[in-house]
Design a protein around this ligand. Structure first.
Ligand code: TMP
Length: 202
């Protein structure tokens, strides 16, 4: 049995993840890939319950990170890993790079503490490909304002999202093979040309 591929999609709230997630799903299914689409935080009944807490309740940054990781460990061990082992592909709307961007960049948890937790929880497990939809914080905020009511993260100020973006780009710089940065300020059709090319290389 050929092991499946694991793809994650990342970006600021308002970067256009939902639109491009649907495109990626269609592209892969069109190739006959047996695909499981999921999300973080979430992806399991426990993870979805934790998501409800994470998006609505105030908590200190360390608790936030640990709950993200509790949801992630549950997700990896009970859903993602078994699917990959069975030859299915997995597409996740966010994965561990979001913790680096939001909890280190946004909230200020040190990279060293996150690295220790990441190693303990994931033991080297990572996506085969990560697509980072990159937009400036200002543009993401404009798009969010038109689209929906803000959750606890989306209610953060521009400075928070600037730090999140910088941390995403820093992480991409550290993992240039895995994380592909896509200029998501462009028209959807142009973005999708790039996304399709990257998917077709998998
Ligand atoms: P979503 O709205 O893209 O589904 O993500 C929910 C929020 O959770 C989003 O604002 C980013 C945040 N988040 C983190 O802060 N750390 C994480 O590890 C993950 C997966 C998401």
């Amino acid at each position: 049995m050929m092991r499946g591929r694991f793809i994650s999609l990342e970006g600021l709230d308002g970067a256009g993840k939902s639109t491009h997630l649907a495109f990626i799903e269609g592209r892969l299914r069109g190739r006959g890939v047996d695909l499981l689409t999921t999300r973080e935080p979430g992806g399991t009944p426990l993870g979805e319950a934790l998501r409800g807490l994470l998006l609505s309740r105030g908590m200190v940054a360390d608790t936030e990170l640990l709950l993200m990781y509790a949801a992630r460990v549950e997700h990896v061990q009970s859903v993602i890993e078994p699917a990959l082992a069975a030859g299915r592909w997995v597409l996740s709307d966010r994965f561990h790079d979001a913790s680096y961007a939001y909890q280190c960049g946004g909230r200020g948890i040190t990279r060293a503490r996150l690295a220790a937790l990441e190693e303990w929880a994931l033991q080297g497990f990572a996506p085969d490909l990560t697509l980072l939809l990159d937009v400036p914080a200002e543009l993401a905020a404009e798009r969010r304002a038109q689209a929906r009511a803000a959750d606890r993260f989306e209610a953060e100020d521009l400075e928070f999202f600037r730090r999140v973006r910088d941390a995403y780009l820093e992480r991409a710089g550290l993992n240039p093979q895995r994380i592909r940065v896509i200029d998501a300020t462009r028209a959807p059709a142009e973005i999708q040309t790039d996304v399709a090319r990257l998917l077709d290389s998998l």
